[in-house]
Design a protein around this ligand. Structure first.
Ligand SMILES: *[C@@H]1O[C@H](CO)[C@@H](O)[C@H](O)[C@H]1NC(C)=O
Ligand SMILES: *[C@@H]1O[C@H](CO)[C@@H](O)[C@H](O)[C@H]1NC(C)=O
Ligand SMILES: *[C@@H]1O[C@H](CO)[C@@H](O)[C@H](O)[C@H]1NC(C)=O
Ligand SMILES: *[C@@H]1O[C@H](CO)[C@@H](O)[C@H](O)[C@H]1NC(C)=O
Ligand SMILES: *[C@@H]1O[C@H](CO)[C@@H](O)[C@H](O)[C@H]1NC(C)=O
Ligand SMILES: *[C@@H]1O[C@H](CO)[C@@H](O)[C@H](O)[C@H]1NC(C)=O
Length: 343
């Protein structure tokens, strides 16, 4: 019984061994065959590997390039939109200039076009004026500030800066000389245009110009100081604390004087609300022509006449430089009208 088992066991072992030997041999053969096959199959793939790494690197590089190109496209698009808006501005300006430089005949073809042309021309002028105003407003003050003598000042509404004489007559703060008479070299029986824009010699007898006076007194409250000198050396002064004149279309009317102080008769208040007249732009009763002067005449009843004829010696009448109740009704040796911002 026991030997039967042994035999069986031996048999089983022997069978297993022979089976195993053939099996293992076959497996090994398969393995080697397979390995060589696999190698053959994989070889090109293995050979491709470095190539693939290279391609990966190239793709990464290309991706970077694409990103860079996208960036440049975005920049270009931004530039393009800027160009488009610039082009539209340029074409608007061009259209503007085309309209402005159209032949006069064409301008009149339709009233609408004409109005539009006028509007655009006005805009161009305004732009130029604004540009120069902007340029100049940085450079000059609008009053004498702390200096005396000739000074360049500038005020809104007057295109160019202009020279004035600054005078520290009250020994506190300099004044702008608006009018000065010191001799007969300058003729004060002058045209409206010259009274509006100014005339004379800044170091001697001169008139600043009513347009400047209007612009200055209009932008902020101004005071007026009048200095009178008789031939015997007597000095007098009249002072008004709120001096304002109207614009040219209102004929530079004496709009305000404020309160009077001084040591002479108040010979200006009689002219409050009077318009300014010159011989070529005279009142109905022709006072400027009769007086050979220019002033805020109300009637030919004279209280003051500081632009009258200059005389080297005193004359007993109002046709000269004259101030009522000063120097015994005789003409004066010199006179100054000064203005400055009210403090
Ligand atoms: C503004 O100033 C510049 C430089 O000072 C000058 O070249 C230009 O002509 C001025 N423009 C006007 C409108 O005055
Ligand atoms: C004006 O006069 C006063 C008094 O004499 C003096 O203190 C001041 O410095 C003067 N101002 C100028 C700008 O000359
Ligand atoms: C005014 O006088 C000053 C100093 O005497 C001189 O420098 C200036 O050139 C004169 N100006 C005019 C316009 O005569
Ligand atoms: C007369 O005065 C007006 C303003 O009231 C002005 O527009 C006109 O140009 C002046 N006339 C002359 C001839 O100067
Ligand atoms: C002028 O004086 C009056 C009375 O004292 C005063 O009410 C008025 O405000 C003064 N006007 C000016 C411009 O100073
Ligand atoms: C001005 O002078 C006249 C005479 O010409 C005289 O009647 C009047 O009282 C004087 N007025 C003043 C304020 O001095």
């Amino acid at each position: 019984m026991f030997s039967k088992y042994i035999l069986l066991l031996f048999l089983a072992f022997a069978i297993k061994k022979s089976f195993c030997e053939s099996f293992c041999h076959n497996t090994k053969k398969l393995d080697s065959e397979c390995a060589s096959y696999c190698y053959e199959a994989c070889k090109p793939l293995l050979q491709m590997a470095p190539e693939c790494y290279r391609k990966d690197a190239e793709i990464a590089k290309l991706k970077d390039q694409v990103a860079e190109l996208r960036k440049q496209i975005a920049i270009q698009e931004a530039k393009d939109s800027l160009c488009i808006s610039q082009r539209s501005v340029v074409s608007e300006i061009k259209a503007l200039f085309d309209k402005c430089s159209m032949p006069d005949k064409m301008k009149d073809t339709t009233p609408k076009l004409k109005a539009e042309t006028i509007l655009k021309e006005t805009k161009v002028t305004e732009l130029t004026q604004f540009k120069s105003k902007f340029n100049e407003s940085i450079s000059y003050p609008d009053n004498c500030e702390q200096s005396t003598g000739i000074k360049t000042i500038q005020v809104a509404g007057i295109l160019r800066p202009f020279q004035v004489f600054c005078d520290n007559i009250t020994n506190d703060f300099p004044w702008i000389v608006m009018q000065r008479r010191v001799g007969r070299t300058v003729d004060f029986n002058n045209y409206w245009y010259n009274y509006a824009n100014g005339f004379g010699d800044i170091n001697g007898s001169y008139f600043i110009g009513l347009e400047k006076v209007f612009r200055l007194t209009y932008t902020q409250p101004y005071e007026l100081y009048i200095h009178l000198e008789a031939f015997d050396g007597t000095i007098g002064h009249a002072r008004y604390n709120h001096f304002l004149i109207s614009r040219e279309t209102g004929q530079y009317r004496l709009s305000q004087l404020g309160n009077f102080t001084g040591d002479v008769y108040d010979a200006m208040s009689d002219y409050l609300n009077a318009k300014f007249f010159t011989f070529n732009n005279d009142s109905r009763d022709r006072c400027a022509t009769k007086m050979s002067s220019a002033w805020w005449y109300k009637s030919c009843d004279i209280s003051s006449n500081l632009n009258g004829r200059y005389s080297d010696f005193e004359i007993n009448n109002a046709f000269g430089i004259w101030w009522k109740n000063f120097s015994g009704g005789r003409t004066l040796k010199s006179v100054k009208m000064l203005i400055r911002p009210a403090h």
